[in-house]
Ligand binder design. Structure first.
Ligand code: CDP
Ligand code: CDP
Length: 223
């Protein structure tokens, strides 16, 4: 069984997907980290972000690897560990720009489908249920109000000692969501056969339980 989890920024996808994967002993694949690694490399190599052919070529000539050890994911750009470098606001915005390029998405699609070949994966992103794994047995679309999603990010940053402006953060999230929803290639949208889970005011464990119930029901009905 494959599980696809999509939704806007801060909906809880990666937190929940990791826990679901842990419970089911599935492999967790964070596709957003791949777009983030490319965005980081564009910045690091001082490429113009609007130059789609160069961005696409950069991806073609380099390697992104997701390595899982002790339940933690490490992201490599060739041999460089970029895990700690790809979560900044700047990289987030850059990621959603490179993610709007068809030539980039084409390559990512191949890489992501290869990663899921083994089966029993929980993959999260924006287009997993609609494009990457259209045959996934379980599809979840996670949402929450943009205010709550911004508050979650704000708290997360605070625990890392980073104080930010909540209104600015909400604006940044809404801007990125809009770009992700309005791009031409594989925009962020709920797949027709995905289950919508609104996580506003709901704890992580409650969301995980709900998804595990959906997986159980799906497992029973396919036996
Ligand atoms: O991957 P995505 O951007 O969708 O969200 P995330 O990084 O998993 O979650 C963003 C933050 O919200 C994390 O700090 C989670 O711990 C928190 N969260 C929460 O407080 N309540 C939820 N139901 C889900 C996530
Ligand atoms: O953690 P958060 O939800 O903020 O973002 P992410 O999942 O790490 O994804 C970063 C950016 O990559 C998103 O804003 C999208 O533009 C892009 N992305 C995408 O287009 N398709 C995916 N399957 C995953 C991410």
């Amino acid at each position: 069984m494959n599980i696809a989890i999509d939704g806007p920024a801060g909906a809880g996808k990666s937190t929940v997907a990791q826990k679901v994967a842990g419970q089911l002993e599935y492999v967790y694949i964070d596709t957003g980290s791949m777009y983030r690694a490319l965005a980081w490399a564009v910045h690091h190599n001082q490429l113009a972000i609007e130059d789609e052919p160069s961005v696409s070529e950069l991806l073609q000539n380099n390697e992104i690897r997701l390595v899982r050890e002790h339940g933690q994911q490490t992201v490599f750009w060739n041999d460089k560990d970029v895990t700690g470098l790809i979560r900044s606001t700047e990289v987030s915005q850059y990621a959603s720009i490179v993610a709007s390029y068809g030539s980039v998405r084409e390559q990512m699609l191949v890489l992501q489908r290869n990663l899921a070949k083994q089966g029993n994966v929980v993959m999260d992103g924006r287009d997993i249920g609609t494009h990457v794994l259209p045959d996934a047995e379980v599809k979840i679309f996670l949402t929450a109000s943009s205010r709550e999603r911004a508050e979650r990010r704000w708290k997360e940053l605070l625990t890392k000692g980073i104080q930010t402006d909540l209104d600015e953060l909400e604006k940044e999230i809404e801007e990125r969501d809009l770009r992700d929803m309005s791009r031409e290639v594989a925009p962020l949208r709920q797949a027709d056969d995905a289950v919508l889970v609104d996580t506003t005011g709901i704890t992580i464990d409650e969301v995980v339980d709900r998804i595990l119930q959906i997986c159980e029901r799906t497992g029973e009905s396919t036996q």
